[in-house]
Design a protein around this ligand. Structure first.
Ligand SMILES: Cc1cc2nc3c(=O)[nH]c(=O)nc-3n(C[C@H](O)[C@H](O)[C@H](O)COP(=O)(O)OP(=O)(O)OC[C@H]3O[C@@H](n4cnc5c(N)ncnc54)[C@H](O)[C@@H]3O)c2cc1C
Length: 439
């Protein structure tokens, strides 16, 4: 009989996992519960979202499902490098060997949802939006949900219980499934806030205004003006979107109270794009509350043969190294390989999953920690110096690798973005180097 899989969270990892499990034939039927509304039915402007850049780790996982990578490329923008912007209009370009794709997280989610519902009918796949998982009883394999909508769905009773055979927590950094696992013997989780907050930013930049300085096929970084890091990517709809990250205690960004202040700040500190900011853009930016970034490190990702954590629920990291979504999609790829190897025996598969994935996720958190220091450790000056030191060393390693590839490995950033070399191997190679930078 088909196992009933309940996935909490219709984010990139939960939806891709549904694809993979359903592709395995009649062994599984899937129910997905998401606390937010169906993004396919909402006006895009109402969705709180951000762009994600996918590299080979994420793209490899998408490739397993027919047509997904093609769809992602259709709605995303290809990126072949980055531009680092300094003061007074100076900038440096750094090309990438492999093509990355940047797209909005919500658009990725919609693409995954559309292809799921095109492929599978209700006998195997059921989606429930506006349903928030509240309570979990692992012993009886029972979940308690609360409808999460101003207008409760007529088909769903006030609060309701769902039973499962296999439960997957794909419910993001503040995972409810993970918090229930904390009550279980020997499950440990270390969660820390990054000392920087972020706010999303969207600007309309008509194609005819694009110059080399804000080239379309690059990710743009403005480094630490007014203690901030601004990251922007072009999107298909003639906008540039991204985020501004700022140390909570030291940045003006946290204290804006008027549209005029926002406009002045962007005109002064980021003139290359500030000139495109309209009053409406500034108002949207002003009204968005800052978000905090959590990092998560667990000692395992499963419970017996019936609970699993994947994606941000298992290993949320800072967005500064653009790996979170890639790692989340890669989790699904790894799990599928283990299901193949152990013939869908969940007991062995989940055990092996934790054994192989824990060192990878810990290495990822370590790598991301070096891009952003943790709570209490940040001072803007130290922080800026650290970043310049990092970039300088990265440049030296790249040059040495080009000249003596048999002695020097590819640079840290190249390994992260251009390869699928395991994070644990990258961390082993660069641990001492990163410690030196930090010291
Ligand atoms: C500003 C920013 C920029 C980023 N840039 C990049 C990038 O360039 N590249 C990259 O690889 N990654 C990037 N990331 C990280 C990336 O967005 C995440 O790693 C990725 O979205 C994780 O996917 P997920 O499916 O595991 O979790 P999520 O995307 O967080 O999805 C979890 C889902 O679960 C739902 N949920 C939560 N709790 C419940 C509940 N109790 N009941 C029901 N549903 C629930 C949520 O509503 C959500 O839809 C960025 C993140 C941020 C914040």
């Amino acid at each position: 009989m088909a196992k009933k899989v309940v996935i909490i969270g219709a984010g990139p990892s939960g939806l891709l996992l549904a694809h993979y499990l359903l592709k395995r034939g009649d062994k599984y039927r899937v129910e997905i519960y998401e606390r937010l509304s169906d993004p396919r039915t909402l006006p895009f402007a109402r969705v709180r979202t951000h762009p994600v850049t996918l590299n080979e780790r994420g793209l490899r996982a998408l490739r397993h499902i027919d047509g997904l990578v093609e769809r992602v490329r259709e709605i995303g923008e290809d990126v072949n490098g980055i531009v680092l912007h300094y003061q007074k209009g100076k900038y440096n370009q750094a090309p990438r060997k492999s093509l990355l794709v940047t797209l909005d997280r919500t658009k990725l989610v919609i693409a995954l949802l559309e292809s799921l519902t095109n492929l599978y009918g209700e006998s195997r796949l059921n989606l429930f939006f506006n349903c928030q998982c509240q309570q979990i009883d692992f012993e009886n394999k029972a979940l308690r949900f609360r409808p999460n909508s101003e207008k409760p769905l007529t088909l769903i009773p006030h609060e309701f219980t769902v039973y499962y055979d296999f439960l997957v927590g794909a419910d993001g950094a503040r995972s409810t499934v993970r918090s229930h696992l904390l009550g279980i013997d020997l499950f440990e989780c270390d969660q820390k806030y990054i000392a920087a907050d972020y706010k999303p930013l969207n600007l309309t930049v008509p194609d005819e205004c694009i110059t080399t300085i804000i080239a379309k096929d690059k990710i743009h970084y403005w480094l630490h003006r007014q203690n901030t890091l601004l990251v922007l990517q072009h999107q298909r709809d003639q906008t540039m979107s991204g985020v501004i990250l700022f140390p909570r205690q030291y940045s003006q960004v946290a204290t804006f109270i008027s549209v005029a202040e926002v406009l002045k700040f962007f005109h002064k500190n980021f003139p290359e794009i500030g000139k495109f900011m309209t009053e409406a853009d500034a108002e949207t930016f002003l009204n968005r509350p800052p978000s905090r970034i959590l990092t998560i490190r667990c000692n395992r990702y499963h419970h017996e043969d019936h609970v699993l954590l994947i994606g941000d629920a298992a290993h949320a990291v800072s967005s500064s190294i653009s790996q979170g979504c890639n790692a989340a999609l890669d989790d699904v790829f790894v799990l599928n390989n283990l299901l193949n190897r152990y013939a869908d025996n969940l007991k062995v598969t989940l055990l092996q999953y934790s054994a192989t994935r824990t060192p990878e996720a810990h290495a990822l958190v370590n790598l991301a920690d070096y891009a952003f220091m943790r709570e209490g450790a940040t001072h803007p000056l130290r922080y800026r110096n650290l970043l310049f030191e990092f970039i300088g060393r990265e440049f030296v390693i790249k040059t040495l690798h080009r000249l003596f590839p048999w002695v020097f490995p590819p640079s840290l950033v190249d390994l992260l973005f251009d390869t699928t070399v395991p994070y644990s191997e990258i961390w082993r190679k660069y641990k001492n180097w990163l410690h030196q930078v930090k010291n």
